[in-house]
Design a protein around this ligand. Structure first.
Ligand code: 6R9
Length: 662
């Protein structure tokens, strides 16, 4: 589609608000070919979940021992729980690797790694991956790691991250991947909370042409974690690295002599596969625990149906493996399916804004799964970056991480997909393990901006604050009324949080997102309704940022809210009151923003630091965030009811300062 035709198409579509049918060519070859196919399976998944999941688990995974019960749960109990395939035994690494070695997949590329430097490419066939994972597993064992032990992986997007995850899975250890962009303090908190004694890291990493001191950050964290006895260091870049002789060992040295054979542990289906930390409405990030059997089945099935995965596809999920999207759709989903997964170390706009399209062309990528923030930023760069590349290999486009506007959706569909590829918007969370709401490609019509319909077994509902069902089109809180196999099993070391955060009212899992449902049963996600902000698809708890701010001596009180941002989706807007006598200055503004960056990581750096004389509070002393959000978004005409404010003049001051800042 030429630029002008496309611009007209987008304008027209935005006006018409029409839905788009999948192309007949796509549907003809898809796993699900029609709405009827979807309806049928969806109905079966709800009417007889035991038969449905049992059948799927037999067909899609290899088990050492079958299960005694398929689905058991209680959302109402004082200690809610969920279990799948009780008594069943399997190993995730066996399912991701070994079982593909007997047939033609043996020499198929499992993982293709593209480093940030264009010339750095590595291909791991299933056979090679098996060897590398076994060696790493034996190394972990030699360091004393046992079944059930947690291992923290603080690694950039290099193959050793996937290898280390699978090595943990192989020996029954629980990996806790910490995104390598997080700070030393954030890493330290996670190491402490996880109880890990072994940490795996890399000496350096690349980002946008710069060298990151990953080991340096890790050292800083480990200085305060005396319980960590060993740090295994991957040599990502040949460069002088300080090693702590008592603690640090090189990955290369140990794997070089390790045996390439390691028998996988037989894990009960509900033994934990991993813990992944995520932000919530509390200051402390929560370690989300996922089990083995249910999670792996859910990742595998969603991989197949949501991405319409075919044997010959090259699947590229552009997320970092340090987040759930990478866990499920770079590592576990694709590999358990015997697919080829592309792992990319770089960023979309370095060295030029066509890096993604260059990678798509270079490897002939078929399935591309990325985030709206990437789509928006590349849309801004204009089409001169896309039109010079051959994107004809693309078959399907996916989106995840935050709501995608109809405009960005239509650009993605028409400029990248050339109107040929279905776009699967996929709504889900760290807690849900895999995709929950999506347009099953090929089967159902797409509505730009809507995440569409529930995946098999998922029963979402929109409810009002009193718990009653919302009417069609009425926004409310998105809840899920029954379990699904990818569902989290708990919060690491904090049983109470599992109940308090996710089951505040009995009987339903609360997502923290707002949504409404239209007359066709399509879900439209409106964003978080709790104290979480979504910056470029990264979840940040406002409480976490506030606690970083108040840890500065100058700060008396802080309130952080999200504000609209053209590229990041949401930006971070921090209201700060200072102690008596502290002088307001731009230096202090920068100092506070940098402090948050230090404490949490670069993604958490506030976009705006607003010094306020006072914050708007209710008479009972609660900060009125609703008002702060409106001021940050310049929506001051409709501040609604401020009658409960203890000091109404505070608001006028805030509005004045906000206008000055913008
Ligand atoms: C997979 C992932 C989860 C939060 C979630 C929601 C937002 C994710 C979305 C979306 C609208 C989509 N979110 N996908 N909102 N449409 N397609 O991103 O997990 O990092 O835990 O974030 O992201 O607000 O609650 P996680």
């Amino acid at each position: 589609m030429e630029h002008n035709t496309r611009a007209a198409f987008i304008r027209q579509m935005l006006k018409d608000e029409r839905s788009i049918e999948p192309s007949p060519e796509f549907s003809y070859k898809a796993h699900l070919k029609s709405r009827q196919d979807y309806d049928e399976l969806y109905r079966r998944s709800l009417t007889d979940p035991d038969a449905f999941w049992g059948d799927m688990a037999e067909r899609h995974l290899d088990w050492y021992r079958s299960w005694d019960a398929v689905e058991e749960y209680d959302f109402d109990a004082p200690r809610p729980f969920v279990r799948y395939f009780r008594g069943g035994q399997l190993n995730a690494s066996y399912n991701c690797i070994d079982r593909h070695l007997d047939g033609p997949r043996r020499n198929k590329a499992a993982l293709i790694w593209q480093g940030e430097p264009s010339e750095e490419v590595e291909v791991f066939t299933y056979q090679r991956l098996h060897r590398e994972v076994c060696k790493a597993a034996n190394v972990l064992k030699s360091l004393g790691v046992q079944r059930g032990d947690r291992v923290v992986l603080y690694l950039p997007m290099i193959p050793q991250l996937a290898i280390a995850m699978l090595a943990c899975a192989r020996i029954g250890a629980v990996h806790c991947v910490v995104f390598s962009g997080l700070s030393a303090e954030a890493l330290k908190d996670r190491i402490d909370d996880s109880g890990a004694r072994v940490v795996v890291t890399a000496n350096f990493g690349y980002r946008s042409g710069k060298i990151l001191r990953i080991k340096g950050v890790c050292d800083q964290a480990l200085a305060e974690c005396p319980q960590v006895k060993t740090c295994l260091v991957v040599r990502r870049i040949e460069k002088r690295t300080t090693m702590e002789p008592e603690r640090d060992v090189w990955w290369d040295d140990l794997t070089a002599t390790a045996s390439p054979a390691c028998e996988p542990e037989r894990m009960e289906a509900n033994e934990p596969l991993f813990v992944l930390y995520t932000s919530g409405s509390t200051a402390k990030p929560k370690g989300i625990v996922h089990g083995t059997g249910g999670y792996l089945l859910y990742a595998t099935l969603t991989m197949k149906y949501v991405f319409d995965l075919k044997e010959t596809d090259i699947h590229w999920c552009t997320a970092d493996a340090g987040w759930i999207t990478g866990h499920s759709y770079i590592v576990y989903g694709p590999l358990a399916s015997g697919a080829t997964s592309l792992m990319f170390e770089g960023v979309p706009n370095y060295p030029k804004p066509d890096r993604f399209w260059e990678v798509v062309e270079k490897f002939g990528v078929n399935l591309l799964y990325t985030a709206p923030t990437v789509v928006r930023s590349l849309m801004r760069e204009g089409e001169r970056w896309t039109c010079t590349h051959d994107l004809s290999s693309l078959r399907l486009l996916g989106s995840v991480g935050e709501p995608i506007t109809a405009k960005a959706w239509l650009w993605y569909y028409s400029a990248i997909g050339q109107g040929r590829c279905p776009v699967a918007d996929t709504w889900w969370q760290t807690e849900t393990g895999g995709v929950m709401i999506t347009t099953l490609p090929g089967a159902v019509d797409m509505k730009p901006g809507s995440a569409a319909l529930p995946f098999f077994g998922v029963e979402p509902k929109v409810v009002r604050s009193d718990g009653t069902p919302a009417a069609l089109g009425e926004p409310g809180s998105l809840v899920v009324t029954r379990p699904w196999p990818g569902m989290m099993q708990g919060v690491h070391g904090n049983e109470q949080a599992f109940k308090d955060v996710y089951f505040p009212t009995p009987g339903r899992y609360v997502t923290g997102d707002g949504a409404y449902c239209d007359e066709d049963g399509y879900f439209w996600i409106t964003g978080r309704i709790d104290d979480v902000i979504n910056v470029s698809g990264h979840r940040l708890g406002t409480a976490e940022i506030e606690s970083a701010l108040v840890s500065c001596a100058e700060v008396a009180e802080a309130a952080v809210v999200g504000c609209p941002h053209p590229v990041k989706g949401e930006g971070i807007y921090a209201y700060v009151t200072l102690h008596e006598g502290v002088v307001v200055s731009d230096e202090l503004r920068i100092q506070l923003a940098s402090h948050v960056r230090e404490v949490i990581g670069p993604i958490a750096r506030p976009d705006v630091v607003h010094f306020a004389k006072a914050l708007p509070k209710t008479r009972s002393g609660k900060i009125m965030r609703r008002i702060l959000r409106k001021i940050a978004a310049h929506q001051t005409e409709d501040l609604c009811d401020i009658s409960t404010l203890s000091e109404p003049s505070v608001v006028a001051d805030l509005i004045r300062e906000n206008e000055r800042l913008s």
